[in-house]
Design a protein around this ligand. Structure first.
Ligand code: FAD
Ligand code: SF4
Length: 559
């Protein structure tokens, strides 16, 4: 075994891994980060200023680039070369992976909503799923620190579903679009309020990053650092301490243990040579993304850990949740032929529809637990291949019609809470391995009636709001038809959940595995529930808090 040169090995450079490395190096801890993907520098590689018109098929998505020709994801997407996964019969599950320094933070939507007290204690209210092993109040100061460091724009509106940030934490949100104000007026008639979306986008300059200039699609990546990604912020900031070393093309095969079952380090495949390398460290942190971290644990079997590492509870790979998702939209006649002006903004919605149903739910008026929100897609976006919608015809008449409709379409994307269920889990496929001989993940998935009832409610509510705008969404699909596939919202969480007891959870509230005190998980695997609010702000907040706790434990010699 190689000499210990680093105190901590962090596996993964995305939201969780980079935040853990940042916090530890700031505390004086030496960190080695292993990243399976290739090195990536957004400053030089991002096609930020490329236009769809310069790309084949007007930049439309294709098998290599699901999110369009200029999408920032490198070496990944729904399929990753050389890295298959499998599904049980009847399961449809999509698993998005980005194999690059920074992981999926190079590309994510940057929606950054805090979970609330309500969200952490769902089981106490309705008996379903699991509570988190701490209170919102304990996390609130860490949300403040994370929002400040990451740079989140938004506003405190007093909305019941959106806990406030401390004064001065949030950056000013951009002005609402005209389309969003129209939605706000239509929703108001149903007693539903809109609020500024909170997004990890700078509207004022910060540390080594510039502010947004509101003119380029954030999905291309953001070479000026306005849109948060770890490659333009946390990783360079951690490197400035001189305590972070990063090794890319390093695919971790297993976490290694000694005869007593204690973690000693990791074995990784150097993808450039194809050879296995062994490293030792005092502490290992897995932040390879929820399902990858669970895969590594399940593949790390030993005499002391025969069912996989940290799996004495049998919960590794269980309790996987994604957000529910459904899309609904229509052309709004009042918006046809409106004057053209620059309405780009910071790409995504400036206003959104937060969950409004807490009280109705408490009174038993809804037939589903938990909540959902609507993200709004609208405005004069950069025209792509779908600008004409499903119009038929040719020549000037077709062009005139497409021009009249341009900017008149409004879409709602529903994002809702899913409850864990026994049918949604992953295991190791004992027949299939990836290019490096590492056994792959096999997924099982089934939505329950909770999610289907929630989607039905969402579609019906959206139809009413659209009708209030004078728009007709047409006949509604059934919830079974409308609900997107498991994994498709790319918010998979829960595979190594935290809890109060080693019998029904994998880690304690610090992400420390119950079975090995020097092994931590700092990605969404530790989530005990998956509130409808997008998960990444909470991944980063937990990673910051838990890495701070770990640094203290190390300094005190407890670990
Ligand atoms: C298109 C899109 C839109 C999204 N929009 C939002 C949004 O608006 N809001 C939100 O909250 N979330 C959003 N997400 C989800 C968000 O990106 C993820 O929740 C977040 O990035 C997860 O962080 P992570 O650190 O767990 O994983 P990742 O960011 O995926 O990073 C994990 C890293 O670990 C590496 N790795 C994996 N396996 C190994 C191994 N064996 N050895 C070494 N390294 C390994 C990977 O290559 C990767 O770089 C979106 C995601 C996508 C793709
Ligand atoms: S709109 Fe703003 S945040 Fe998005 S890519 Fe452009 S400059 Fe960056």
């Amino acid at each position: 075994m190689a000499d210990v040169k680093h105190d901590v090995i962090v596996v993964g450079s995305g939201a969780g891994g980079a935040m853990a490395a940042y916090e530890l190096t700031k505390s004086g801890v030496k960190v080695l980060m292993l990243e399976a993907g290739r090195d990536y520098d957004p400053k030089t590689e991002t096609p930020m200023f490329k236009r769809n018109g310069e790309a084949p098929l007007m930049g439309a998505g294709n098998v290599d680039k699901d999110f369009g020709f200029y999408d920032a994801t490198v070496d990944g997407g729904w399929t990753v070369p050389d890295e298959p996964y499998t599904m049980a019969e009847g399961t449809e599950f999509l698993w998005w992976r980005a194999r690059m320094l920074g992981g999926r933070t190079n590309h994510w939507g940057r929606y950054s909503l805090r979970f609330s007290e309500h969200d952490f204690k769902g089981k106490s209210r309705d008996g379903l799923g699991a509570d988190w092993p701490f209170e919102y109040d304990e996390l609130a100061p860490w949300y403040d620190k994370t929002e400040t460091l990451v740079g989140v724009c938004g506003a405190n509106t007093g909305h019941e579903d959106m806990p406030p940030s401390s004064p001065g934490v949030l950056q000013t949100p951009p002005t609402p679009r005209i389309t969003e104000l129209l939605v706000a007026a239509a929703a108001k008639k149903e007693g539903i309020d809109l609020a500024p979306m909170h997004r990890a986008v700078l509207t004022a300059p910060k540390d080594i990053r510039s502010k947004c200039f509101y003119a380029t699609p954030c999905g291309h990546g953001c070479s000026i650092g306005a849109a948060f990604q770890t490659t333009t912020s946390l990783i360079p900031l951690a490197r400035e301490t001189g305590l972070l070393e990063v090794v890319t093309d390093a695919m971790v095969r297993s976490v290694d243990t000694d005869d007593d079952g204690k973690v000693t380090g990791v074995t990784y495949v150097d993808k450039k040579t194809g050879k296995d390398e062994k490293l030792s460290a005092r502490v290992v942190i897995l932040a390879a993304s929820a399902c990858e971290s669970a895969r590594i644990l399940l593949n790390s079997k030993s005499k002391k850990h025969p069912n996989g590492l940290a799996n004495s509870s049998g919960q590794v790979g269980r309790n996987i949740m994604d957000s529910t998702g459904a899309n609904i939209g229509a052309m709004v006649p009042a918006l046809r032929n409106r004057p053209r002006y620059n309405e780009d903004g910071h790409t995504s919605n400036h206003l959104f529809i937060p969950w409004w149903g807490h009280q109705a739910q408490a009174k038993g008026e809804l037939d589903f637990p938990r909540g959902y929100h609507f993200e709004i897609g609208s405005g004069f976006r950069e025209p792509g291949s779908s600008v004409a919608g499903d119009l038929q015809g040719y020549g000037k008449a077709l062009k005139d019609e497409a021009k009249a409709n341009y900017g008149a379409y409004i879409g709602f994307a529903l994002r809702g809470e899913m409850l864990p269920n026994e049918h949604c889990y992953m295991e190791i496929d004992d027949k299939v391995t990836d290019k490096w001989g590492i056994p792959v993940a096999k997924f099982h998935w089934k939505w329950s009636e909770h999610e289907l009832n929630q989607i039905k409610h969402g579609l019906e509510t959206a139809k009413v709001i659209f009708a209030n705008m004078g728009a007709d969404v047409g006949e509604l699909p059934t919830p079974e038809e409308a609900i997107l596939k498991g994994g498709e919202i790319i918010h998979e969480v829960g595979s190594t959940r935290m809890g109060e007891s080693p019998t029904d959870s994998v880690t304690n509230q610090w992400g420390q595995t119950w079975d090995c005190n020097n092994l931590f998980v700092m990605d969404a695997g530790v989530f005990a529930s998956n509130p409808h609010k997008n998960c990444t702000l909470t991944i980063m907040t937990l990673a910051m808090r838990n890495a701070d706790w770990l640094a203290t434990q190390m300094k005190q010699g407890v670990i």
